[in-house]
Design a protein around this ligand. Sequence first.
Ligand SMILES: [Zn+2]
Length: 202
Amino acid sequence: MDYLSAAAPIARLIEEMHKLPGIGPKTAQRLAYHLIRTSKEEALALSDAIAKVKETVVFCAQCQNITDVDPCALCTDDTRDRTKLCVVEQPLDILALERAHAYKGHYQVLHGAISPMNGIGPGDLKLQQLVDRLAKGDFKEVILATNPNLEGEATASYVHRQIKPLGLRVTRIARGLPSGADLEYADEVTLSRALEGRLEMS
Ligand SMILES: [Zn+2]
């Protein structure tokens, strides 16, 4: 095997690593060389975990949360309030809100936030699923719990405009959260306060 044909698989691995969020070219190289040095078992355990996730994890057809059963456990939980729908950017935000034990309604995941700088527009979010669900369900209040940063605020305003014609109560989580912070990193007390202090969107 010549040098170039041996290097091609490494280059490919680095390229794949570089596609992951938050992984720059340097880190991608470091991770790739780590995997080359590590035992075959360990490296294959990683690729197996990735394959398993892609085989078994799906989006819940109702809330778009990640799940291995569709509809997910949250959507089929009869003890939850079917009149409230909390809209979040990412599945991890649901985990944060559930940890805070401050909310017992249903959820809807947008899978992103509007960010013109990163080329993410409304069409890249799962917005139609939200509108469809609201049109069908018995929801009375929609809580917009997108992150308290530029993208999150832009997304909340956009979603508000889209669902306004439905005539539901639309609220936005309070600014108790440090501005610019992500929901998923907020502590439980702060999250509970942000939910309790939510304000009607005009
Ligand atoms: Zn669900």
